[in-house]
Design a protein around this ligand. Structure first.
Ligand code: ATP
Ligand code: MG
Length: 249
C-alpha cells in the first residue's frame, strides 16, 4: 500500500528526514516511536503532502502510484488520512458539517454524487455510537473549546467517517484518559480491515496494548534505526532511548 524509499526531507534548509525506508501493506498496523524531535510528525506530514516540507530525494508511493506531484488534498482523496498532533479550531463550522463537506469532497473527486442525506445521517449515528460520541458534541464548532481528549476523539470520528486506506495517527493517545484511550483504540480496531492500514505514532507502549501493531519502528535523528514486532515497544519502554543511542553511535 505505502512504500517510502530513501526519503530525505527538510524544512527551512534543515534536513529532518535522512533516508527513511518504510513498507506498509494492506491489513497491517505499524507503530512509529522515537524521541522528541526525531522526525515522526515530519514523516507524517511529508506522507500527507504538507508543502512546508521540501522533499530533496527519495519517493513515496501509494498503491504503486508515485506521489511527488500530488498535493495534500489529492492525497486525502486517494485515501490518506492524517490526524494531527495539534488539531486546528474552525469556529462556526460544526463537527457534523465539517465531516459532511469532507466526505462529499472526497466523493466528488471520485466522480460520485453527494452522499444522500439519509445515508449520511445513518453513517454519522453509527460512527458516533462506535466512539461513544454524544449527539450534542456533533453540533459544536470544530475543536473550539474542545478538551484535549475531545479533539482526539473527534479526529478518530473523522477517520471513522472517511474510511481512509491509510490512516496516520499522530499521538492520538496524548491527553486521553484511560477510558477515552480504550474507546479510541476500540474504534481504530473496529475499522481495521484487510484492505486498509494504520500507522500510529506514539511515545507510549500503553497505546499498543490496545492497538496491537504488526511492526514497530524506532525513528531516531531522521532515520528508522530499528524495526521489530510489538516486543520492541516493550524493550524500548524498559531500556529507554539511551539504548537506541548506543546502537546508533
Ligand atoms: N515547520 C517547521 N519549522 C521548523 N522546524 C521544524 C518544522 N517542523 C519540524 N521542525 C523541526 O524538525 C525536527 C523534527 O520535528 P518533528 O515534529 O517531526 O518531531 P517529532 O518526532 O514528531 O517530535 P515529538 O515527539 O516532540 O512530537 C524538530 O527539530 C523540529 O523543530
Ligand atoms: Mg510529533
Amino acid at each position: 500500500m505505502l512504500t517510502v524509499k530513501d526519503l530525505h526531507a527538510s524544512v527551512e534548509g534543515k534536513e529532518i528526514l535522512k533516508g527513511i525506508n518504510l513498507q506498509v501493506n494492506p491489513g497491517e498496523v505499524h507503530a512509529i516511536m522515537g524521541p522528541n524531535g526525531s522526525g515522526k510528525s515530519t514523516l507524517a506530514s511529508v506522507i500527507a503532502g504538507n508543502e512546508d516540507y521540501e522533499v530533496s530525494s527519495g519517493e513515496i508511493t501509494l498503491n504503486g502510484e508515485e506521489l511527488s506531484e500530488t498535493d495534500a488534498e489529492e492525497r486525502a482523496h486517494k485515501g490518506i488520512f492524517l490526524s494531527f498532533q495539534y488539531p486546528i479550531e474552525i469556529p462556526g463550522v460544526t463537527v457534523t458539517n465539517f465531516i459532511k463537506t469532507a466526505i462529499n469532497a472526497n466523493r466528488k473527486a471520485q466522480g460520485l454524487e453527494d452522499m444522500p442525506a439519509k445515508d449520511m445521517l445513518k453513517n454519522i449515528r453509527e460512527k458516533a455510537a462506535l466512539l461513544e460520541i454524544d449527539s450534542k458534541f456533533l453540533s459544536r464548532s470544530l475543536n473550539e473549546g474542545f478538551s484535549g481528549g475531545e479533539k482526539k476523539r473527534n479526529e478518530i470520528f473523522q477517520m471513522a467517517m472517511l474510511e481512509p486506506k491509510l490512516a496516520i495517527l499522530d499521538e492520538t493517545d496524548s491527553g486521553l484518559d484511560i477510558d477515552a484511550l480504550k474507546i479510541v483504540a476500540h474504534g481504530v480496531n473496529k475499522l481495521k480491515s484487510k484492505d486498509n492500514a494504520v500507522v500510529v505514532i506514539t511515545h507510549y507502549q500503553r497505546l499498543l496494548d490496545y492497538i496491537v501493531p504488526d511492526f514497530v519502528h524506532v525513528l531516531y535523528n531522521g532515520k528508522i534505526v530499528k524495526s521489530g514486532t510489538k516486543e520492541l515497544a516493550h524493550e524500548l519502554e524498559a531500556k529507554g532511548y539511551d539504548w537506541i543511542k548506543q546502537l546508533v553511535d
